[in-house]
Design a protein around this ligand. Structure first.
Ligand SMILES: [Fe+2]
Length: 99
């Protein structure tokens, strides 16, 4: 594995770990407050995990397009998820006094 692939692979591993911690905390909070769209939200988290895993595997296979694809995917995913999915539960939790 070359330095570039190794760096990307390390980055992906850190992103995956960060996301796992973040998702677990978020999902726990949503379970505690009975968020009605929990299943859909968990599905989005699962799809993210699967995609990051696929990108990790592609990196191992030295797929040269990974950094560009990764950049696009992460940018789109986090913007759409945070501004879309996460904002939907924000108002739900705020109505229940969770800040
Ligand atoms: Fe989320």
């Amino acid at each position: 594995m070359d330095v570039r692939s190794e760096t990307v692979s390390e980055l992906l591993t850190r992103l995956r770990n960060y996301a796992s911690d973040h998702f677990a905390t978020e999902e726990q909070l949503l379970v505690e407050h009975g968020y009605p769209e929990l299943a859909i939200h968990k599905k989005a988290h699962k799809a993210y995990r699967r995609k990051v895993m696929a990108l990790c595997e592609d990196t191992m296979d030295q797929n040269a397009s990974v950094p560009e694809e990764l950049q696009r995917f992460l940018g789109d995913w986090w913007v759409n998820h945070i501004l879309g999915d996460d904002m939907r539960y924000r108002s739900f939790l705020m109505e229940r006094g969770v800040t």
